[in-house]
Each structure stands twice: as structure tokens, then as C-alpha cells.
Design a binder for this molecule. Structure first.
Ligand code: SF4
Length: 470
């Protein structure tokens, strides 16, 4: 990728990124994509607020048929798409669609996915409040802004009262579900704390509206099956555990080997499924060293794991992490021949342009991944993740228009938010829960969708499996 920037830099020295976007229109994709990755970060039309369709546009059966033929035309073949189980693509077909070369190819893909989203969910969007209740973690993932050995982050634990108050607020404002998220801690005392929180939240939020209390989603990492079981028995019913990548070699590059194993992660997901949780996972998109084939395989893995919920976002650097330092080192040594770390300048304009361009490529690829996920896993809940908004101010809206049906407003008290920043530029760090609520409601409405309040809004995929079991 660095080679591509060097070539760009020779062509357009010292321009702002927005200027580069304008200039790009006069150059072919090949000029700007010498690595042949099929991504064109300079296509500004792609990022316009009304993309991919106006909020009032509805896709009828005829339009859906037309889009289907267009996807076949792009692929040069006919994928299998039984109505009930979503589309079936081969690895080769997925790689082809992930490397769309033109704006119109992307439009076809996104509109086809939007049609699938509309058919399953209409204009409905579900809110889940997120309480980031602790940033303490036993692990040291190489990309993460709250990793154990992060030199700057200040550690916090929300008090039990603060967590329960957040849950009561979520119930009061009709979000239906609360996601309890933290770093991974496996010690008994911490597991007991999660049990205590589940009990208290259920007790405090049980009402006529919520006869079983609000829904509780957990995202607290790899744990023993008996711990998962205890939490499930207490009333938690969904669990999120991202795989990040299904390429084992890449997985081991981005996670320290001494306490991470790909197999353990997959086993945890299987245990969660066996216990009865609704299970969610997802990947990071644009990890250095990740190929389009890796991403195609990630998509096939979603199907293979029979996931109920999928959340994925672009990889965005987080300063003071090994992966970010590697990226900076490459840039300063290869581009500027600067070897002394003290001379690296994060704010240098060329560096900032390079970093932004890389992010836009990942963003675009993430939208394609979202579209393909919806086509393949048509009845799963798919999240419009905050990381998209870190790159494009309208990133979550784009995801909602194409494939997403879930948005997760943060309900963590404002005083803690700046210490729960997993990647640089995370949005919603300066806001409080009320502001997040108003802002996200407006974002949902702006793309012609509406929020469904006062319900758990379980993924239809999970509900269908339950019905089929009977
Ligand atoms: S990604 Fe999760 S497990 Fe890894 S360091 Fe960050 S919080 Fe801990």
C-alpha cells in the first residue's frame, strides 16, 4: 500500500485530501491503484450524503429482479439464491464483488442488499444501549486502544449503581436492550460482578413493558462454558465475540500468541451457541496483510457459524499500539527516511493524507462487506458500527441504507468515555447519553427508517431456528 501512496505523492504533492478527491476524477482507477486492490478512495461521489439512494425510494419486485440480473452480469455467472436462505456465493464470486471497479458496480451491489434489508426489516431499526462498564483487560491485542499495556489510558470501573442506572435509563427510553461491554477479565471476582449486574438489571427493569426485564447482551470476551452458562441462566440472552479475522496466520499476527488462540475463540462461539445464546461475531476490515480472499472467507465463515448477529467495521489505527507503531515506522522510514522515533510527526500533512486515504479504502470495502453479508445472511441483525462514522460523518447512515438494522447508542457516563477509545477518532466521546439518543434518532430518520422501541427485537434468524426446532 505504501507504494501506492508514493506514486500518488509524486503525482499530487502537498494537496489537502479534499483537493485530492476533486483532482482524482480526471485519473483512471489504475493510475491510483497500482497494487490492483480494486479500491478507489478518491471517488468523492461515493461519499455523498444521498448515497446510495434517496430515502423515499422503494424497491419493488421488478427492481429487485433487475438488480439480481445485474449482479449476475457483474459476476458473469448465476449465483444460487434460494429465497429462504439468502444468496450463496463462491469464494471467487465474493472476491470479485469485493473488488468492484466502478461506482455503478457498487451501486448495483448496494441496492441489491438494500432490497434484501427492506424485504426482511421494512424500515425498522433497533437500538441497543452500550454501557462500557470497565476498560480493564487481561489481554494485549495489538490493535486495541485499551490493551493491557497501553501506556496512556486511565483505567476505570463504572460502579454497580452507575451500570444499573444506565440500564434503567435504557428501559425508560425504550431501547429494549443493554449491551454490557468491557475488557476481558476472567477472574472469579469479575465474573461474579457480571452475575450481580445481570440480576440487578433484570430486577430493576422488569415492568409491564418488559415482563422479563430489558434484554441483556454481553461482550466480555472469552470465558469458560460454565461462566457463560451461569450468565445465561441469570437472564443474559445474547453474546458478542468478534473473531476479527478468520485467517489464522493473520489472527496470530494481530494477537499476542501467549494468551490468544484462534481455536479457543471459535470454541467459545460454539459453546455460546450450545448454551442457547443468540450469538454475534464479526471481523475487522482492512487489517494490514489482509486480502480480499480473506474477507471472502470471512463471509463464508459467517454462514458456516450460523451467526445471529454480525458487527464489523474498518480497522482504524489506535496510537500507542504495536500495529499503529508499525504503520508509522513504515511511513517515516520508507517515505521520509526518518529513523528516530522522536522525529515522527503524527500531524504531518502528507502522513495525515496517507492515513486518511487508507481509512477511506477500508470504509468502502466495509460497505461492500456489509452488502454481501446482508445478501448471504438476510435475516441476521447487522450493526451500523461507530467506526464507520469515524471515517465518514454519514458512515452509519450509509450502513443503514445498505444493510444494517441495528444502531448502538452509547450510554456510558460522559466522564468515562475518553478512556474507552478503541481506535483513533472514535465518535460520541464528548457527548452524553441524551445527546447520543437525539443524534442517532435523527440519523435513522434521515434515511427514511424508524426506531422500534420497547422491544427486545431479537434477530429473525434466531427466531426462525427456534420455530424450526419445534
Ligand atoms: S480487543 Fe478486547 S480483549 Fe483485546 S485488548 Fe482490547 S478489550 Fe482487551
Amino acid at each position: 500500500m505504501l507504494r501506492s501512496f508514493q506514486k500518488l505523492d509524486r503525482t499530487f504533492p502537498k494537496f489537502s485530501v479534499s483537493k485530492l478527491f476533486q483532482i482524482k476524477r480526471h485519473h483512471s482507477a489504475e493510475d491510483l491503484d497500482p497494487d490492483g486492490c480494486g479500491l478507489d478512495p478518491f471517488d468523492i461521489s461515493f461519499n455523498s450524503p444521498n448515497f446510495p439512494m434517496s430515502s423515499t425510494e422503494k424497491l419493488g419486485e421488478e427492481e429487485t429482479q433487475r438488480l439480481t440480473s445485474e449482479v449476475e452480469h457483474i459476476l458473469g455467472s448465476k449465483p444460487t439464491y434460494p429465497n429462504v436462505k439468502g444468496w450463496k456465493f463462491t469464494e471467487k464470486e465474493l472476491t470479485r464483488l469485493l473488488s468492484n471497479r466502478t461506482h455503478s458496480e457498487d451501486l448495483v451491489l448496494f441496492k441489491t442488499a438494500a432490497s434484501a434489508t427492506e424485504r426482511e426489516f421494512g424500515n425498522e431499526t433497533y437500538f441497543r444501549g452500550i454501557a462500557e462498564f470497565s476498560n480493564k483487560c487481561e489481554k494485549d491485542c495489538n490493535y486495541c486502544g485499551i490493551r493491557k499495556s497501553h501506556p496512556i489510558v486511565q483505567r476505570f470501573d463504572m460502579s454497580d449503581k452507575e451500570v444499573v442506572d444506565a440500564a434503567k435509563w435504557v428501559a425508560e427510553y425504550g431501547y429494549g436492550c443493554l449491551l454490557l461491554q468491557s475488557g476481558e477479565r476472567t477472574v472469579k471476582k469479575e465474573n461474579e460482578r457480571v452475575s450481580r449486574l445481570i440480576r440487578a438489571i433484570k430486577k430493576e427493569t422488569t415492568s409491564k413493558t418488559y415482563p422479563k426485564g430489558i434484554g441483556i447482551i454481553l461482550s466480555v470476551g472469552e470465558q469458560k462454558p460454565e461462566v457463560y452458562k451461569e450468565w445465561f441462566d441469570l437472564g443474559a440472552h445474547r453474546y458478542l465475540l468478534r473473531i476479527e479475522t478468520t485467517n489464522r496466520d493473520l489472527y496470530h499476527k494481530i494477537h499476542p500468541s501467549f494468551n490468544h488462540s484462534f481455536e479457543t475463540r471459535v470454541q467459545c462461539l460454539k459453546s455460546l451457541r450450545d448454551i442457547g445464546y443468540q450469538v454475534g461475531s464479526g471481523v475487522m476490515i482492512g487489517i494490514p496483510g489482509q486480502s480480499l480472499l480473506d474477507l471472502a472467507r470471512d463471509l463464508l465463515w459467517y454462514r458456516q457459524m450460523d451467526l445471529d448477529m454480525i458487527g464489523m467495521g474498518p480497522y482504524i489505527h489506535s496510537q500507542h499500539t504495536p500495529m499503529c507503531e508499525e504503520f508509522e515506522k513504515d511511513y517515516w522510514q520508507v517515505q521520509n527516511n526518518v529513523t528516530d522515533k522522536d522525529d515522527w510527526d503524527w500531524r504531518d500533512s502528507d502522513f495525515a493524507q496517507y492515513r486518511d486515504m487508507e481509512n477511506w479504502k477500508r470504509y468502502r470495502l466495509t460497505l461492500r462487506m456489509l452488502a454481501l453479508t446482508r445478501l448471504m445472511c438476510f435475516d441476521c441483525n447487522i450493526a451500523a458500527t461507530t467506526a464507520l462514522q469515524a471515517i465518514d460523518p454519514f458512515g452509519r447512515e450509509r450502513a443503514l441504507e445498505i444493510a444494517a438494522n441495528v444502531v448502538m447508542p452509547i450510554v456510558t457516563p460522559k466522564k468515562y468515555r475518553k478512556n474507552y477509545v478503541l481506535y483513533d477518532g472514535k465518535p460520541c466521546v464528548e457527548e452524553g447519553k441524551e445527546e447520543c439518543r437525539g443524534c442517532l434518532q435523527a440519523r435513522v430518520l434521515s434515511v427514511g427508517k424508524r426506531v422500534v422501541y420497547d422491544q427486545w427485537n431479537d434477530p429473525p434468524h434466531f427466531l426462525r431456528k427456534q420455530i424450526n426446532k419445534k
